[in-house]
Design a binder for this molecule. Structure first.
Ligand SMILES: [Zn+2]
Length: 299
């Protein structure tokens, strides 16, 4: 049986904290959204909410899915920290340590590895990638049921990419310009249309910009396929709600691979290979719950 657990989704612009129901599932009546301001106040708001609500719903563990880069090495002095983020004020912030006072185990993962684990488990996949496309772009990887950490954790969105014909957008990554994230995050799409990102929802589904964006997401998918041989790619994030975008991505992936891989899962069933997130907007918090279940040995 699942336990009652708490989940925290730490995002660069907003955070969410929630306590699960008795079955370990999301219940909107036990959740709180917090604007990501400075670390002290943001983490304190989350802590105080958990401390207050635990009398009604006594959670046994906390799972945190966090924006990065983060330190996932349990032998490191900075384990559980956000490390070198460009987000002002958030460098070397001890996120796990902020919740020690609640005296329950705390699990910590990236905000893309944790969803990869949850989405893979929902589909029974041992190996899967989770790509998010929104304010930023990220890739989480689970290979043979283990989230990939290695030296740090994968940062696949910063792979350099090939430009689609006719696209002269310079890219918006402060480190690399035209890496995948720099070419297809929300600001990159909005810049091409000379609008602010908050107006992207007003852009019609048939605007050519979505095909351009899909081309860059597809290059990331192809890299993931070649390098990791995952059994499924799940794509989520705010920008992926757009009708037709996944179809564009699948079409470009098949063109990029160009029959090099004769794998029916890709060549014949790509609709079931590159798929939308099953959980949509709640994937972050549910993946936090699932991390917490694992840390207490229930999953
Ligand atoms: Zn980059």
């Amino acid at each position: 049986m699942p336990f009652i657990v708490a989940g925290i989704e730490m995002g660069g612009t907003g955070c969410k904290v929630a306590i699960s129901d008795d079955n370990g599932q999301y219940d909107s009546s036990y959740s709180l959204q917090v604007v990501t301001i400075d670390p002290t106040n943001t983490l304190r708001q989350i802590y105080e909410w958990l401390e207050t609500k635990r009398t009604e719903r006594p959670f046994v563990a906390i799972g945190i899915a966090c924006f990065g880069p983060v330190d996932l090495d349990k032998t490191s002095k900075t384990y559980g920290y956000i490390t070198t983020t460009p987000k002002p004020g958030w460098q070397y912030v001890d996120v796990v340590g902020a919740f020690k006072g609640l005296n329950v185990p705390v699990a910590f993962e990236t905000d893309v590895n944790a969803p990869a684990m949850t989405e893979a488990a929902l589909r029974g996949d041992s190996s899967a990638a989770y790509i998010t496309v929104g304010t930023g772009v990220g890739v989480g990887l689970v290979l043979e049921n283990i989230p990939v950490h290695g030296l740090m954790h994968p940062e696949g969105a910063h792979i350099k990419c090939e430009r689609i014909a006719g696209d002269d957008y310079p890219g918006d990554c402060p480190y690399h310009g035209s890496c995948i994230e720099g070419m297809c995050k929300a600001k990159a799409v909005a810049d091409r249309l000379q609008i602010v990102p908050s107006l992207l929802s007003t852009v019609p589904d048939d605007d050519p910009v979505w095909n351009i964006q899909a081309y860059y997401i597809a290059q990331l998918c192809a890299c993931v396929i070649y390098l990791t041989s995952v059994k499924r790619i799940i794509i989520g994030g705010g920008l992926m709600k757009r009708n037709g975008l996944l179809e564009h991505v699948r079409k470009h992936v098949l063109k990029i691979i160009n029959d090099y891989l004769d794998i029916p899962a890709i060549t014949q069933h790509i609709d079931d290979y590159i798929v939308a997130s099953k959980l949509g907007d709640i994937i972050g918090i549910q993946s936090g719950f699932d991390l917490a279940q694992r840390v207490v040995g229930n999953k």
